[in-house]
Design a protein around this ligand. Structure first.
Ligand SMILES: [Zn+2]
Length: 133
């Protein structure tokens, strides 16, 4: 697992379920407002469903499901084939749902979608034990 430095100089997204580190804000390209998702140049600690038989279509784009490597929550997808490629949306980029993510903004952890601060000590949802290994 890759871990970013949780310092004021580094800002990044985390899995809302297990808080695995997911992507740096510097790799954030643009927000897809329609589905409240962010498009990223890169993501870490993710499992991409690479088997072509499991690819799905999003409109006429071919995408592969992306899961959190640690907790296996579906986070979004990776673009595989993009016939209408733009400077923002192209193969190899990731689309991650903001409601599945938290944001470390350099001083505190926020919900990535509505920017509400999140209590560090108590998480209301998810009673699963932390798995350190
Ligand atoms: Zn996770």
């Amino acid at each position: 697992m890759i871990e970013y430095d949780q310092t004021p100089d580094v800002q990044f997204y985390l899995c809302r379920q297990c808080r695995a580190h997911m992507a740096l804000t510097q790799d954030y390209v643009i927000t897809d407002i329609m589905i409240e998702a962010g498009i990223f140049r890169n993501a870490v600690n993710v499992h991409v469903e690479d088997d072509p038989t499991r690819y799905r279509m999003d409109g006429h784009r071919t995408v592969a499901n992306v899961y959190c490597e640690l907790c296996r929550t579906v986070l979004g997808w990776k673009f595989v084939e993009v016939p209408d490629e733009t400077i923002l949306v192209k193969p190899g980029r990731f689309l991650l749902y903001l409601k599945k993510l938290l944001l470390w903004d350099g001083s505190q952890i926020l919900n990535a979608d509505n920017r509400d601060p999140v209590e560090n000590a108590t998480s209301g949802s998810g009673e699963d034990n932390d798995n350190d290994t």
